[in-house]
Design a protein around this ligand. Sequence first.
Ligand code: NAI
Ligand code: 15L
Length: 262
Amino acid sequence: MKRLLITGAAGGLGTLARRRLTDLAEILRLSDIADLGKAAAHEEILPCELADFAQVKRLVAGCDGIVHFGGISVEDSWDKILPANIQGTYNIYECARLCGVKRIFFASSNHAIGFYERETRIDASDPVRPDSLYGVSKCFGEALARYYYDKYGVETAVVRIGSCFPEPRDHRMMATWLSEDDLIALIGRVFNAPKLGCVTVFAASDNEEQWWDNRSAGFLGWRPKDSSEKFRAMIDAKCDKPASEAPVNRYHGGGFAIARLD
Ligand code: NAI
Ligand code: 15L
């Protein structure tokens, strides 16, 4: 690609992508409402409020692909979720259509399906079961992705990310952990696939405990290489093992499924 846009580029995954996606495009266009520092020679920095259509149109113009990480990334009030995740994701898709962007990596979340119980293994054909308003906003983004593909041919990888951090932080993340290397490899597969369509991918590493069946995304050839197992002793020592009947231990979404805003 000539130019790849990364939204949310100042965030955790955006910072990682900024550092590691240099082979995917000649120019990385980086955007956020937070400070992004100085641009390197292969970078363009365009601050942008995702809820503002005119700003997003300028941001998306001239890009060949988008990695959409920007937005509220945990549960929050509707006042915050609505502009950033609902209006913002609509703006990204509508501007992609208007500007002829062919392919989007949409950072959805396991919280779109967080109310499944962990004994239930699911695949991409199972209905959404959001565990939070945040999860509902990801379901909206997933529906937008489907609509913009079916009607306008804008291709998307809807990526339901598990927990992408340098290390798992608790026992639940032993199942949901996604290594940084596995995420970067997945983004590469998404943008290098000859044909993508609108595919849903569950993004977790090759962990011992598996809740998600990725066979319908097998054509991408993405095979996670890491496993959370190497952190097990550290997690056992650091974290109390939650009782198996504890609500936090019951759902794919863990604490998001039991937290309430009221
Ligand atoms: P993050 O919270 O570190 O980064 C999100 C970025 O979006 C921030 O830099 C923030 O300033 C920016 N942002 C928020 N509202 C904005 C707005 N209205 N306009 C422009 N920029 C705005 O989140 P993180 O962990 O990097 O996640 C990236 C994406 O991946 C998010 O969409 C998140 O929902 C999703 N995700 C991440 C997971 C993880 O394990 N890190 C798991 C599942 C999904
Ligand atoms: C997410 O969707 C969040 O963005 C991230 O911060 C983690 O909470 C992750 O899910 C998770 O479920 O561990």
